[in-house]
Design a protein around this ligand. Sequence first.
Ligand SMILES: [Zn+2]
Length: 289
Amino acid sequence: MTELPSKEARDAVHKTIASCGRIEYQTLGKSILGEPIYLYRVGRGKRNILYASAHHGSEYLTAMHLFSLLLDIAEGSESISGELFDEFSLFFIPCVNPDGVDIALSGFRPSPLYERQLEMSGAENPEKWKANARGVDLNHNYPYGFAEYKAIEAARGTVEGATLYSGEYPVSEPETRAVMRPTLAVDLSLVVSLHSAGEEIFYAPKGQDVGMLADRIAGMLGYKVSTPTGTACFGGLCDYTGYTLGIPSLTLETGRGENPLPISEFFREREVIRQALLTLPTLLPKGDL
Ligand SMILES: [Zn+2]
């Protein structure tokens, strides 16, 4: 994929992936505004890895990393004949938040939520929108540390809008429910969540083994391993999969600069991120961490 992941571009990519015969897919659910959220599966192995991207609208380059890998597999330029794909099944959710991506790419558009979006944003900076269509930050809507996060919200006066509002209750949003489906139905050995920016990696749960995995990948990418603080500690996908479910989980803050990053950041990092994503499963010990 070499163009920004607009609705039209996503639909075209999905068509190619869905019809290639090498990649299975299913629809996990629909966004608030009715956009499908797809799960793709590559590989035949018994050990399962989940990759997710574009939880945040303005971080749409992360979707391009997963879509471009899937597209190259679909078109045969990325091989799936190796050991990796015998041992592992790789699951991908490239666009967790299609409505947020559409706002960030195309601005506030007519929908039943249009007036509310203008109110929430002051009709300003749609390109910086991170939340879903009704102003919930999906990466604070997962069931881990919700009460603690609500206390931070209350102290800061956080309300519905472009970023940081966690929702009325945990898992209130259809996009969150969609992503949770494979985390509950599949025995996952690793979860990788792509965000931007900062060239850093967070990991969960705390522990030497997961920390070493983070160190190895940070070394490959030239990133640093960081410890989340404040709002970054609660309600994220990797907080939930790492701490609530006990699955080794990595959050990759890809790219440098301020969101939305220029498309040149995608091209600059495309190869090294792809290598990192395909190397990660092979770094897992034979048993579970
Ligand atoms: Zn993010």
